[in-house]
Design a protein around this ligand. Sequence first.
Ligand code: NAD
Ligand code: UGA
Length: 431
Amino acid sequence: MKICIIGTGYVGLVSGTCFAELGNNVICTDVNKKKINDLNEAKIPIYEPGIEELIKRNTHQKRLKFTSDIASSIKKSDIIFICVGTPTNKKNNKANLKYVFDVAHSIKDNLNKYKVIVTKSTVPVTTGDRIEKILNIKKNKNKFDVISNPEFLREGEAIRDFLYPDRVVIGTNANKPNKIMKNLYLPIIKKKNRYFHTSRRASELIKYASNAFLATKITYINEISNLCEKANIDVKDISIGMGLDERIGDRFLRPGPSYGGSCFPKDTRALLTTAKKFRTNLSIVKSVIKSNEYRNNLLLSRIYQIMSKNIKNKKITFLGVTFKAGTDDMRESSSLKIIPSLINKGANVFYYDPSGPKKDFKNNKIKYCSNIKDACINTDLLIIHTEWNEFKQLNFKSLVKNKKFKIFDMRNLYSPVKMKKNNIRYFGVGR
Ligand code: NAD
Ligand code: UGA
């Protein structure tokens, strides 16, 4: 099939590359010309394990192309995927749909034959109706169907999530685009029940309801971990004990810093504004957002407590600053809240991140180290902020060479018992 991807970010690039890998002809487009030029020189704009090899193979096989000529890409394709960002509109917490509607207007002007227009971006209920309205001019009669196909991939696991999804959700009331989409997804929907066909609005809401539910699960275990700290219980045992109940399941029960990323924070906020529009009270989602925001303060207090309120001129080292391991994405990472507060209180903050240095810290007092050794040497407090594999087997004593150092393991990567045996002052989350 001939596919056009509009918006070549985390979702667009992964989706386009994987569709090409499945044998389709894919054109990825973007308004960001530098991104397209880089991709044409095989420079990959994101950190995502496995993507580089797939891009190289599929561009070599001429199934995957990159261009900033959006109009001709639309004209040449049968299925158009809208994959642009839907960030929070800071004024009202709604999803900012400007980029989605910009794309809708580009499509409107370039419909030369029947096409399926697929919204893969995460968009609030009724967005499909609004896109349809934009396209619905006289010359476009019978030339399109607008459908919803939300994306459930996780950064860092994106290729696997895309090629082996738990489900593919297609939202449309029409038969024709449903058949086309089923055919497109055939190679990856091995079992029939992995393909779920529903109405467009239901599909849009499934995406938000899923993200808000996962955010709730994380927030729940984070709050339980607060209780564990007070009651001298290891939260790991609680996650295991709860997770063994198949109705609950053990995934997304790992406590840590406040959840971040480009999706859970913005999508929970946008869901609330949708609920408001439909005059519905989503009190659970409301308290999840509040609890997650408060968690940064809670972890900061924990750091002061660990350091006996003495952080001025202390060296504090962060291992990992992105919102989780396996990505270079800094969007809504808890480190963006915690690190500036520590610097304001006089700490000297250093960090190492396997995905490289970050431009997101406004304060130039924070120092990037290109390896773990330089970051850890003589530190007073080592904070394990993300769970990269390379942080899981460290010999802290030989790395730090400072007898009095402490560790705050925000991801519970190490055993407190082993740490105690080694005389290392070690603190985890919820234990
Ligand atoms: P992103 O910011 O990484 O990429 C969006 C891209 O769209 C950018 O490259 C931008 O230049 C481009 N763009 C903006 N306006 C355009 C236009 N008019 N024409 C062409 N290109 C344009 O965003 P992302 O993280 O890939 O997210 C995209 C959507 O997918 C969002 O709605 C997000 O919620 C959803 N989503 C993201 C993930 C994820 O893991 N990041 C997972 C599932 C769903
Ligand atoms: C999340 C969802 O998992 C995807 O299904 C969805 O497609 C995506 O959002 C989206 O809509 O964009 P992602 O943001 O890439 O994916 O990352 P997750 O692995 O879900 O982690 C999100 C945050 O929750 C991270 O800060 C992570 O550290 C935290 N988390 C996750 C925990 O603290 N504990 C857990 O057990 C799991």
